[in-house]
Design a protein around this ligand. Structure first.
Ligand SMILES: Cc1cc2nc3c(=O)[nH]c(=O)nc-3n(C[C@H](O)[C@H](O)[C@H](O)COP(=O)(O)O)c2cc1C
Length: 261
């Protein structure tokens, strides 16, 4: 039986450990801004971002309705730290100035990162990040409606993931649409310190690896095989040709959804 070793604590922040995301967004002059953040969670193909309302990223995202969520690997601490303490907002807000934040116009050069064009959205992807997700704004909510003096300082912004680009090294062998978690090493922020993940500690319900290890072929196995032999999945050229149509349909869908909120 577990001994009673718990006591009450009230830390200033509740950063229990989440992957770092480098958000790229488009500035008014057509250049891309980069900002590190880590208050993000994914559900299906939605992502909810917890963002400071005064950040340049927030301003850009609410104006352009687009961003790219780039996930750095655990080897990219130096680049993230070059971006830490910087903002694309000029002038720097009083709150950030009091925390010694500096305005940096070209964060790509500062962090030695390289832009790559996106397919569906204007902001560039970060070539060095093994995972890059092109996203469309869906809705925004003010956090802390219970505190009139804090309400709206931080926003929960839901975006829809339109297209995912992944370094081929991270793919699960033999599957068209699976990521191998053994090969993916996200950079985790926990209480403002950086960590990598430890080795796999076990499997959960639905794990592909568990399925393979137990040699239990569920009905999804067949669907997966069918997907792999579907020739349309390999036709990159025809996908590219349809990008403009898809982009228009996506933008229209998002505008309709935004109007509903
Ligand atoms: C590792 C890391 C994680 C961060 N997480 C968040 C976050 O989740 N939400 C947020 O609003 N700011 C977060 N920040 C602070 C932003 O990076 C900061 O507000 C920055 O000025 C945003 O840049 P921008 O003003 O150019 O958009 C984080 C910073 C670092 C270094």
């Amino acid at each position: 039986m577990a001994s009673n070793t718990h006591s009450v604590i009230s830390p200033a922040i509740l950063y229990w450990g989440t992957p770092v995301v480098l958000i790229t967004s488009q500035n008014e002059d057509g250049t891309s801004n980069i900002a590190p953040m880590s208050s993000a969670f994914w559900l299906g193909h939605s992502c909810v971002l917890g963002l400071d309302a005064t950040s340049k990223t927030t301003e850009n995202l609410l104006r352009t309705k687009e961003c790219v969520l780039n996930l750095p690997s655990d080897t990219m601490v130096a680049a993230v730290n070059e971006l830490a303490g910087t903002t694309g907002s000029n002038p720097v807000s009083a709150s950030k100035a009091s925390r010694d934040y500096k305005f940096v116009k070209d964060k790509w050069t500062k962090a030695q990162l390289s832009p790559q064009p996106s397919d569906f959205v204007q902001p560039s992807r970060i070539a060095e990040c093994p995972v890059q997700m092109e996203c469309q704004f869906l809705q925004v909510t003010n956090l802390r409606p219970d505190l009139p003096d804090r309400c709206g300082l931080v926003l929960a912004i839901e975006v829809r993931v339109l297209r995912i680009h992944i370094d081929d090294e991270l793919r699960m062998e033999g599957y068209a649409n699976r990521v191998d978690p053994d090969k993916w090493h996200p950079l985790i922020m926990s209480f403002q310190e950086f960590y990598g993940l430890k080795e796999c500690q076990g499997w959960t319900h639905g794990s592909r690896k568990k399925t393979i290890a137990l040699n239990l072929d569920g009905p999804w196995k067949k669907r997966e095989e069918e997907k792999q032999t579907d020739p349309s999945l390999g036709l990159v050229v025809s996908q590219k040709r349809n990008i403009e149509d898809s982009r228009k349909a996506t933008l229209q869908g998002c505008q309709e959804m935004t109007m509903m909120h």
